[in-house]
Design a protein around this ligand. Structure first.
Ligand SMILES: Nc1ncnc2c1ncn2[C@@H]1O[C@H](COP(=O)(O)OP(=O)(O)OP(=O)(O)O)[C@@H](O)[C@H]1O
Ligand SMILES: [Mg+2]
Length: 381
C-alpha cells in the first residue's frame, strides 16, 4: 500500500460506474426478479418485509464474502424452491461493460462455496470479485457499534481495511489463532518456552503489520473526512491501543522489541487473567462527534447514525480513489433517524460521491429531495 500521493491523483475514472441490470433467481423472497437501472443513486421503498434489504443483500454478493447478512448459502435459497439460487449483474465500468454471475453451485448444491463467473468464465474463487467491485455498507445491525465493546469496532475497521490490504484478513486469522494457542498453553501451565516464543513471534510480527495497516487506513479516512465539502457532520476518528501509543514515540522496530519483551514478562500475569495483555487485539476505534466534542457512545441515536454514515461515506470515497474497482455504497434504512437538516446534508453528501449509492426506507416522502437526482423503485406497489 502506498498512500503518499494526494487522493485526487488516484481517481481512476470520473465516468459513471455501477450496476445496470440485476437478476435474481430463487433468492430469499424472490422467485425471479429483474431490475434495470441507470448509474444514479437508487432508492428502494416499500412496506416492511417487501424485500428491500434482500435486494441490498443481492448487491452485497458483488464482493467476496458472505454478504451483508453474513448468511449461509443454504439459508438464502427461496424456501420451497428446488433450484439453487443465483444472481446475475450487468455493470458499467467507465467505458466498458462487465457481466458477473454468482450463486450456489448447481453441481454441489449443499456446498458453502459460492460459484462466481466473470464475463461468463468460471472464476477459481470468489476473491477475484474484489478486483472489480469495492463496497461499503451500513445496516441497522450496526447501530450499536459505539455502545458495544471494542471488538465490534475492530471488526468494523478491519472490514474496511480488507478493501485496501488483501493480506489483512489472513494476518488477522494467523494472529487470532496464535493468541488462542498462547492463552491455552498458559492456562494448561505448559511453559514450553520454544513453543511460546514461536507464538509470541507471530503475535509481534502479524500484530505490527495489522496495526500499521489499520493506522494507515484510519489516517487516510481522517484526511478524506477533513477534505469533504458538505454540511453533513464529519466524525473525528482516532485509533487507540497500547501499540498505537507506543508507535507515537517509538519506531516500529523498537515497538516490536518492546512487545516481545512484555509478552515474555507477562506470561504469569496472562495465565492468571486468561488473556494477553498487549497487542493488536486491544485496539479500539475512538469516534467523537464534531463541534460538540462528545464521545460517540454518549451521543444520541441520530447523532450516532450520522457518525456511522460519515465514516462509511468517507470509506466509500477512499476505496473509489485507491482501488480501480467500481465503488458501491449500500445504506439500509438510514434516513428514518435523521432530522430534516441532516437528511438534506446527507443527500448533498451522497450526490457529491458521484457513485451508485443504494438507499432503502419504508417512507418515500423522506427521499423527496433526491427526486430528479436518483432513481426510485416502489416495491410491492
Ligand atoms: N430464504 C428465504 N425464502 C423465502 N423468504 C425469505 C427467505 N429469507 C427471507 N425471506 C423473507 O423475505 C422477506 C423480505 O425481507 P427483507 O428483509 O428484504 O424486507 P424489507 O423490505 O427490508 O423489510 P423492513 O422494512 O422490515 O426492513 C421477509 O418477509 C422474509 O421472511
Ligand atoms: Mg429491511
Amino acid at each position: 500500500m502506498t498512500y503518499s500521493q494526494p487522493l485526487e491523483n488516484h481517481l481512476v475514472s470520473h465516468l459513471p460506474r455501477g450496476v445496470e441490470k440485476l437478476q435474481l433467481s430463487h433468492f430469499r423472497s424472490y422467485e425471479t426478479f429483474n431490475l434495470s437501472l441507470d448509474l444514479t443513486p437508487v432508492v428502494l421503498t416499500g412496506p416492511n418485509g417487501v424485500g428491500k434489504t434482500n435486494l441490498l443483500e443481492a448487491i452485497s454478493f458483488l464482493i467476496p464474502g458472505r454478504g451483508l447478512r453474513r448468511a449461509r448459502l443454504s439459508e438464502i435459497k427461496k424456501q420451497g424452491s428446488q433450484e439453487p439460487w443465483s444472481l446475475s449483474y450487468h455493470l458499467k465500468d467507465g467505458e466498458g461493460d462487465l457481466q458477473i454471475g454468482t450463486g450456489q453451485d448447481p453441481e454441489s448444491p449443499t456446498s458453502e462455496r459460492r460459484l462466481t463467473k466473470i464475463n461468463g468464465e468460471k472464476a477459481k474463487n470468489q476473491s477475484i470479485l474484489a478486483e472489480w467491485v469495492s463496497m461499503v455498507w451500513l445496516t441497522p445491525q450496526m447501530d450499536r457499534l459505539f455502545l458495544d465493546g471494542p471488538s465490534e469496532r475492530r471488526r468494523f475497521l478491519d472490514r474496511l481495511v480488507y478493501g485496501f490490504d488483501p493480506t489483512h484478513a489472513s494476518r488477522l486469522s494467523r494472529y487470532e489463532k496464535a493468541l488462542r494457542e498462547r492463552n491455552l498453553l498458559l492456562r494448561q501451565g505448559r511453559y514450553d518456552s520454544h513453543w511460546l516464543e514461536g507464538l509470541e513471534d507471530i503475535l509481534v510480527n502479524e500484530g505490527m503489520a495489522i496495526t500499521v495497516s489499520r493506522r494507515e487506513v484510519v489516517g487516510q479516512l481522517i484526511s478524506v473526512l477533513k477534505s469533504q465539502d458538505h454540511s453533513f457532520p464529519q466524525a473525528d476518528l482516532s485509533l487507540e491501543g497500547n501499540l498505537e501509543t507506543l508507535l507515537q514515540t517509538h519506531s516500529s522496530l523498537e515497538v516490536e522489541e518492546e512487545m516481545r519483551k512484555v509478552l515474555r514478562q507477562n506470561r504469569d500475569q496472562d495465565r492468571l487473567t486468561g488473556r494477553t495483555s498487549l497487542g493488536a487485539h486491544r485496539s479500539d476505534l475512538f469516534v467523537v462527534y464534531p463541534d460538540k466534542n462528545q464521545a460517540a457512545s454518549l451521543c444520541s441515536t441520530g447523532e450516532q447514525k450520522a457518525l456511522l454514515l460519515s465514516i462509511v461515506m468517507a470509506s466509500a470515497r477512499l476505496l473509489s480513489a485507491r482501488t480501480g474497482a467500481i465503488p458501491l455504497l449500500l445504506l439500509d434504512e438510514v434516513v428514518a433517524h435523521l432530522d430534516k437538516g441532516r437528511r438534506t446534508a446527507l443527500f448533498e453528501a451522497i450526490l457529491q460521491l458521484k457513485m451508485q449509492v443504494w438507499l432503502t426506507g419504508t417512507d418515500v416522502s423522506l427521499f423527496e429531495e433526491l427526486q430528479g437526482d436518483a432513481q426510485f423503485f416502489g416495491l410491492g406497489e
